[in-house]
Design a binder for this molecule. Sequence first.
Ligand code: GRF
Length: 205
Amino acid sequence: MSYVAPSMARARIGILISGRGSNMVALIDAERQGKFDADVVVVISNIESAAGLTLARERGVETLFISHKGRSREEHDQLMIDELRKREVSLVCLAGYMRLVSPLFVRAFKGRILNIHPSLLPAFPGLDAQKQALEHGVKITGCTVHIVDEELDHGPIVLQRAVDVRDDDTVESLSERILEQEHRAYAEGVARILDPGFRLNRADE
Ligand code: GRF
């Protein structure tokens, strides 16, 4: 999959969430601290009660609730595409967005959708990545910022941060340490792909 650099104009970021929104907050804070050259212009949730919607509003970011209920994946994604385009969003960040995006959505923002996942991909894709890591007995796990393609937790890797697994770790304690790294990694990942010099380093590029 080829990477298409966002336009030269200051990037406009849309964030998709479904819940707590701590990575979303980390991105908004990073923007305000000038850690990357972009504006977070809208946060969209498919869940009306998502705590992240309140956190975004408190920070003065526009929020939208777009329910997926009673809609096909494509219908729901098309509504999101329309709203993102209206706001001239050039980079979409999935931050705890608990749905697979459709090929339609991937094509609409090709190479310009990022996701954060709480493992060192390609290990432990899917749900409960921290639990999967503990059950497997790995000694190092972490988090991955990657470009979204049509497969779950699969696209080209932008950045990873490692976290040691301790003998006495529980899913909660490990998740907490990974989350700290996620917050740093996501802002760094955004900065990295917005850098005009950014190149993917993959054999199939
Ligand atoms: C994070 O662990 C993220 O990696 C995963 O879902 C969780 C979302 O947490 N995709 P939050 O909503 O950002 O707090």
